[in-house]
Design a protein around this ligand. Structure first.
Ligand code: AMP
Ligand code: MG
Length: 333
């Protein structure tokens, strides 16, 4: 099948229909772009072995070419085709967390186009647990390179409508699998140096990683020349300026002439009277729920053309580390 039977750009199809998955698999195989749900965020996928298709991903996202794509597989039998070694620590991580929201950086096979890995000799690999992502990779019969399906630097999409709103005209098909269950991008761990390094916090927490592989270094988060653009100081960002409050429950007082939004982790006692809009991520302060709602809430606030968004912080333990990481990058100017 060639491009002639592609649907109109930006078409959204329900992922529960097997015909949609077949069409999506064909689009990937023939060098097109499919946005699809994963448990973390929606991805913008292409055949990871096709440099022309990968170039379309960079173009659609306006993504700088120093920013490597994560390669997604559905089965460990695909590993030999993409990496040159699987050290014991990698095996342990895969046993513990795959399929799931963990990306592991390993030495790459030369068959992966340089564009996909931004010229690095390594590749970030993930086996998503989302059944639609799994089905799509199997149907396509190849590994799928997929960054988040949003314009570079903006807040990642957690619904098909988020994708449609910003990239619709540039995507051959959007598979709608409903809202993502995790809501923040994958944890990234590099196993390239002697000591494992956390490149981006996510749903698989530092504490969980350490329990499986021992000490994990985590200091790499403010590189100016990032090897993971998740490490860029400003990323995952709203257009509206965002300020993180000094501590949870701190009284935020917007200036009298300021139209401000308030983003609360939990239903706290903060007096919200002076705010134009308030978003509560989790009434009971459950961090899983807060992470799941974070990006949609940021997007809703961003759409109101406020002067500023004030965000309540949370403790940086467990998933709180990923939530604070995203809020800080959003706040950076
Ligand atoms: P995104 O899917 O848009 O959140 O972006 C994927 C993230 O994975 C980016 O921050 C990449 O830089 C990172 N990544 C992908 N491949 C590698 C790699 N080989 N080394 C380090 N980070 C990587
Ligand atoms: Mg991204």
């Amino acid at each position: 099948m060639g491009e002639e039977i592609y649907p109109p750009k930006g078409t959204i199809l329900s992922s529960s229909d097997s015909a949609s998955i077949r069409l999506a698999g064909n689009i990937i195989r023939t060098g097109g772009l499919v946005a699809f749900p994963t448990e973390t965020v929606y991805g913008l996928g292409c055949d990871a072995m096709n440099p022309v298709a990968a170039a379309k991903v960079f173009e659609a996202k306006q993504r700088p070419q120093f920013d490597p794509l994560i390669v997604h597989i559905a089965d460990r039998s695909q590993l030999d085709a993409v990496v040159t070694s699987q050290p014991p620590l990698a095996q342990k991580l895969m046993d513990a967390f795959w399929p799931g929201p963990l990306t592991i950086v390993l030495p790459k096979q030369s068959v992966i186009p340089d564009l996909v890995t931004a010229g690095l000799s390594t590749v970030g690999l993930r086996m998503p647990s989302h059944p639609v992502a799994q089905a799509l990779i199997r149907e396509a019969g190849t590994s799928i390179a997929a960054p988040s399906a949003n314009p570079f630097g903006y807040v990642s999409p957690t619904t098909a409508q988020h994708v449609s709103g910003s990239l619709g005209s540039k995507v051959d098909l959007i598979l709608d699998g409903g809202p993502c269950s995790v809501g923040v991008e994958s944890t990234i761990v590099s196993l390239i140096d002697t000591q494992p390094e956390l490149l981006r916090p996510g749903n698989i927490t530092l504490e969980q990683l350490t329990a499986i592989i021992g000490p994990v270094r985590c200091g790499a988060s403010d590189h100016d020349q990032p090897i993971a653009p998740g490490q860029l100081t400003r990323h995952y960002a709203t257009l509206t300026r965002l300020t993180i409050l000094a501590s949870a429950g701190t009284q935020a007082v917007p200036a009298s002439d300021e139209r401000a939004g308030l983003l609360l982790i939990s239903q706290s006692k903060v007096n919200a009277d002076r705010f134009t809009a308030v978003e509560v991520l989790s009434p009971n302060g459950d961090l899983q729920e807060a992470a799941r709602n974070l990006f949609a809430a940021l997007r809703r606030l961003d759409a109101l053309q406020l002067d500023r968004i004030y965000a309540e912080p949370c403790k940086e333990v467990g998933l709180g580390m990923a939530i604070m990481d995203r809020l800080r990058r959003c706040a950076a100017r």
